[in-house]
Design a protein around this ligand. Structure first.
Ligand code: AMP
Length: 277
């Protein structure tokens, strides 16, 4: 497995590799959710590349960029064991050299929910992903269903900019109690960790309500809110998974989405009413 630090090194390393080529973009601190993306990519692609880059552009000034977990050595070992051919791990000055000024604005799909709580977040995500796609030139790129609005944004970007690659969405990997794996789960203290599965229970309650015949969005969301008990909700809703706008009337295509704060840590999750994304 090779480690590349610059776009030129990536291109040189991948020039002789077999296609199809799959890319798994990550911010490191890898867990079984990330490795599920690698496993899927290995099943579908002759060559798999992964990136590790904590992208400052997608963090707000008051967010956790500086303390975001970093575990480069163990990440590299896990990716090597998982059969990745190349890790692209640029530093910030390589990704955004002095004078860097271009950005990708994904438009309305990135405006609500995570976009509203994190102004500029999806602009940062879209910009770094377009740069990664331009550098690696993958046939397919693998993303987790857990970050469903990110998937919606990137579908828009790939279509709108004619990027000509396939986005593959991999189901969310969860702990036994339903909590979605996340690099940010390490921030939870034991009582918060004990409370955290309430988010997935709330989403499951919304899905159950709709599958049970509830047709009113606000009543369905209220079922989820009841399951949240006194947890600190940031949002809970049913949306169209392609546009990330509230879905009224409800339909089987809907996606229940939610975000809850446990102390200073805000977690996100989602559950489809019908088939997975
Ligand atoms: P991150 O390192 O948090 O930017 O995540 C890198 C990729 O892993 C993104 O496509 C995430 O959606 C995906 N991912 C994160 N957590 C999970 C999970 N629990 N299950 C599946 N994919 C995940």
């Amino acid at each position: 497995m090779r480690i590349a630090r610059t776009p030129a090194e990536v291109r040189e390393a991948l020039a002789s590799e077999e296609r199809p080529l799959g890319l798994v973009p990550t911010m490191g601190a890898l867990h079984a959710g990330h490795l599920a993306l690698v496993t899927r990519a290995r099943e579908e692609c002759r060559t798999v590349a992964a990136s590790i880059f904590v992208n400052p552009l997608q963090f707000g000034p008051a967010e956790d960029f500086a303390r975001y977990p970093r575990a480069f050595e163990s990440d590299v070992a896990a990716l090597r064991d998982a059969g990745v051919a190349l890790v692209y791990a640029p530093d910030v000055a390589t990704m955004y050299p002095a004078g860097f000024a271009t950005a990708v604005d994904p438009g309305p799909v990135g405006a609500l929910y995570e976009g509203a709580l994190r102004p500029g977040h999806f602009r940062g995500v879209a910009t770094v992903c377009v740069k990664l796609f331009a550098t690696v030139a993958p046939d397919r790129a693998y993303f987790g269903a857990k970050d469903a609005q990110q998937v919606a944004v990137l579908r828009r970007v790939v279509a709108d900019l004619d990027l000509g690659l396939e986005l593959v969405v991999v189901p969310t990997v969860r702990e036994a109690d339903g909590l979605a794996l996340s690099s940010r789960n390490v921030y939870l203290d034991p009582p918060q960790r004990a409370d955290a599965p309430a988010l997935h229970r709330a989403l499951a309650a919304i899905v159950d309500a709709v599958r049970g015949g509830e047709t009113d969005r606000e009543r369905a969301v209220a079922c989820g809110r009841a399951a949240l008990a006194d947890a600190d909700e940031a949002y809970l809703d049913v949306v169209d998974p392609l546009t990330f706008t509230p879905l009224d009337p409800l339909a089987a295509s809907g996606l229940a989405i939610g975000s809850v704060r446990f102390g200073t840590t805000r977690l996100i999750d989602n559950e489809p009413i019908g088939e997975a994304l």
